[in-house]
Design a protein around this ligand. Sequence first.
Ligand code: ADP
Ligand code: ZN
Length: 428
Amino acid sequence: MDRAKLRELQSERLVKIVKYTYDNVQFYRERMDEAGVKPSDIKSIDDISKLPFMQKKDLRDYYPYGTFAAPLKDIVRFHASSGTTGKPIVAGYTQNDLDNWAEGVARCLTAYGATKDDILQVSYGYGLFTGGLGAHDGGQKLGATVLPMSSGNTSKQIMLMKDLGCTGLCCTPSYALFLAESIAEDPDTDIEKDIKLKFGAFGAEPWTENMRKELESKLRIKAYDIYGLTEVSGPGVGGECEYQDGTHLWEDMFYPEIIDPVTLQPVEPGQQGELVFTTLLKEGMPVIRYRTRDLTHLIYDKCRCGRTMVRMGRILGRSDDMMIIRGVNVFPSTIESCILEIPEFNGQYFVTVDRVKNVDTFDIDVELRPEFYTDNMDKMLNLKARLTMRLVSVLGIKPVIHIVEPNTIARSQGKAKHVLDKRQFKNE
Ligand code: ADP
Ligand code: ZN
């Protein structure tokens, strides 16, 4: 779609959604009244900046139904985001919302080159988490054959992947890495002969270009990004195309902005900042200028694939994943990327941060590929030194590296947990 036409469509939809939420949700009415803006002030997408922001806290404060805009009789499904502390965020979907969500996922699958002929192994968790059912509905919408595996039971995953000839894999990148390792260790499975996978749709957590290379070579596939969040709908808010050069966001349905998280002003085009979404079509639980806390940038240049919809760079992490260690901002994704630059490491890592005598400690456990694990101390020390040097040059601070035995770092079947920050349990 031509970008001028797209803007018209976005404008038309924004005007409608703002009026709809104002009329149906007390929360939006109060916020807009406080900000002194009326639905009639919103005439086009250019007026979006007049609207107040909303955050995760608002969804929690109005738990469970306070931000729903449709009556419960029209809500056909609930999902909830994990919410590690306190109440989860509950999302309600009308049938139209589910159809649009499936449309978003189907567009991603199409962009990966998937068709009706593909067999999709959906290894995202099924349940409250949006990953499983989201990928499932999108796969069916495309007309592909869906295998609703859910996460876990890795040996059965591999058996069915082989026996049914699955061609697409949907799961978190960390679980894909674990599956790849398990396939490599399985004496009865030959990746070349027995596995028919062509592509993977990986998301739900940040991952890096180096992880892409790793997964592509281990699984002999093309690995594509899929992005989304429960508050906005679920996976399939955007996905990569065959050029793997940014994640196209389906901005006719989900309008993205990037703001400076401190000043809350829009950044210059192309600059990094916090991603904000307005759902242009959602009926059940729309969000207006929702602050995701995901840090990224947007690319408006036309993509080589011909799609005109904006692309998003890799998510560096959530602002709440960022650790400040000895005053330096550190994202787990940067650590992952450095580790995978050194081929002897297998990409599994775990970071522990603590504060001892007022000084931050920064320890990273890493694993070697089993074939490189040796009792030759010189080799091990050399690898440790190489990784330390790389991390110091990228991060500016020095971690203590511990090379642990293969298979000692806990593998994840869903979203990986890479960090333990013990400082948050101390009252200093
Ligand atoms: P929770 O908040 O419980 O993790 P979600 O399952 O809705 O709930 O997770 C959405 C979040 O997951 C996003 O805001 C983002 O931080 C992360 N995420 C999802 N997809 C990707 C992706 N492709 N790359 C990086 N991060 C992602
Ligand atoms: Zn493209």
